[in-house]
Design a binder for this molecule. Sequence first.
Ligand SMILES: Nc1ncnc2c1ncn2[C@@H]1O[C@H](COP(=O)(O)OP(=O)(O)O)[C@@H](O)[C@H]1O
Ligand SMILES: [Mg+2]
Length: 344
Amino acid sequence: MACAIFSIPGRKGADMMDSNRAVLEIDNLGLEFPTYRGAVRAINGVSLRVAGGEIVGIVGESGSAKSVTAMTAMRLLPEGRFNVTSGSVTVLGRDTLAAREEDMVDIRGRDVAMIFQEPLTALNPTQRVARQMVEVIRRHRACSATEARQLATRLLGDMHIADPEQVLHRYPFELSGGMRQRILIALAFSCDPKLIIADEPTTALDVTVQRQVLQLMRAKAHELGTAILFISHDLALVSQFCDRVYVMYAGSVVEEGPTMDVLKNPRHPYTQALLGALPEGAQPGELLQSIPGSVPNLSEPISGCSFAPRCQHVSHQCLSKPDLTGFNGQQHRTACWLFKDAAP
Ligand SMILES: Nc1ncnc2c1ncn2[C@@H]1O[C@H](COP(=O)(O)OP(=O)(O)O)[C@@H](O)[C@H]1O
Ligand SMILES: [Mg+2]
């Protein structure tokens, strides 16, 4: 049967109506790395949900466990080097912590695509772009090499690459970082995944290129109904790109909600500090003033709120850890005693 590659069918119809179904659901996940100096408690009770077609951000300083959370969800951490201490992860309804490795290979190849920061390491330096794209496309779709190449050309065109044929003929090192990242984004969409996990995908690029690449990714995701989990330390970038955002600190979610609510009315002192650190009208990639203090050492037990040592509103209540609480059932929720008291 010839493959229907000339138009990747969007999921706007049936699946869009199904957009309440979670493509990724992480529930109370806890994870530690055993080390000779004791356990590093990297993830402490994280719950996170990405619905079909939704663009969701995770933002937080370096070391807050954004990457480890995403890698655990796709079971990419080296086996035997970590312990899951609580919780569950499901991708399209399947339990990824319990799945067999063959099933994970399937999930990673077909349902979820991943894009990381450094596109050069994800591309084979010894092969032309065309060959790599055709190989990946044919691994996931029953089609001829000619059809796969036509799809590659079209996807590169969608990424606003003016002369796709010429780019397909190049080796990765002959291309700019922005061009390589567009190729990887095109490849991520080529297998028509339900979810793309993009971990700091544009951090290596300059500000203008970052914004262009993300706009293209967002447009394509909307066209196809693809959900995106976008991970970044850059709050300005996340706010321009995501519908909903999770703010992480020291392995926990401290605030979550629709991006506009979180930006306009940040409740957690950490989110306020992240925002306060942004210059007015900040552009993505702009350097932040740093928040005083540093992320806690995760090999020491943390009791209470992990942000307390850096928080200007700290009180005796912060000795115990506050849960995430919303107001009047709102999606905007925060884990801070200041707001727990105010909650009705
Ligand atoms: N293999 C590992 N062994 C021990 N600690 C680790 C390992 N991988 C990550 N960590 C620790 O987990 C925490 C979260 O890391 P990471 O998810 O990479 O942060 P982020 O992506 O938010 O910058 C950090 O404190 C990091 O040092
Ligand atoms: Mg990271």
